[in-house]
Design a protein around this ligand. Structure first.
Ligand SMILES: [Mg+2]
Length: 169
C-alpha cells in the first residue's frame, strides 16, 4: 500500500473561530470556507487530520470528555456539508496543568513538538513529504517542520480561498 498524503489541520483559528478555549456547543463556529476547503482536500486524495493543542483540559476549563464531544460535533458539522475528517489528535497536556495527570513540562504531543503528526503518520500510513499542515500559529508550522511536513500560515479570511490560492494540492 502506498503511503497517502495528508492535510494536517489546526482546529482553533483554522477550522473554527478561536473564541478562546472553545468547548461548548455554542462555541462551534466554522470559519468561512472551512467545509469547502476540507471537501477540496478530500477530492485531492488527502487524508484530513486535525491536530490540536487543548490545554484548556490541563487548565481545568473543561474535561477531556467535553473536548471529545466538541470534536465530534465539529466532525458532524463538516460532514453535514459533505466534508470528511479522517482523524483527530488532541493534546490535553500543559506545563501548568491543574491536574497532575495532565502536567508535563514539554509533552511530545504539544505543538511545536511533532508527536501528534508523527503518530498520525505511523498509524494512518501517511507520506510526510507529500503532506502539509495549515495553522494560524508559527508553532503549528514548527510542528510540521519537525515531522517533515511543509506548512502554511493561515491569517484568517476564507479558508477555501486560502487553500485554492496558496496550497499546492
Ligand atoms: Mg490555532
Amino acid at each position: 500500500m502506498t503511503a497517502a498524503p495528508a492535510a494536517f489541520l489546526d482546529r482553533d483559528g483554522v477550522l473554527i473561530e478561536d473564541c478562546g478555549y472553545p468547548h461548548r456547543p455554542e462555541d462551534l463556529k466554522l470559519t468561512p470556507g472551512a467545509a469547502a476547503a476540507v471537501r477540496r482536500m478530500n477530492r485531492g486524495g488527502y487524508r484530513t487530520v486535525i491536530v490540536t493543542n487543548q490545554s484548556g483540559v490541563a487548565r481545568g476549563l473543561f474535561t477531556e470528555e467535553r473536548m471529545h464531544a466538541f470534536n465530534a460535533l465539529l466532525i458532524e458539522a463538516l460532514a453535514e456539508q459533505g466534508a470528511v475528517i479522517d482523524a483527530v489528535y488532541a493534546c490535553p497536556f500543559h506545563a501548568d496543568a491543574v491536574e497532575a495527570r495532565y502536567r508535563h513540562p514539554d509533552h511530545p504531543d504539544r505543538k511545536p513538538n511533532p508527536g501528534m503528526l508523527l503518530r498520525a503518520i505511523a498509524e494512518h500510513h501517511l507520506d510526510p513529504a507529500r503532506s502539509f499542515i495549515i495553522g494560524d500559529q508559527p508553532t503549528d508550522l514548527e510542528a510540521g517542520r519537525r515531522a517533515g511536513v511543509k506548512g502554511y500560515l493561515f491569517a484568517g479570511g476564507d479558508l477555501d480561498a486560502f487553500v485554492h490560492d496558496t496550497v499546492d494540492l
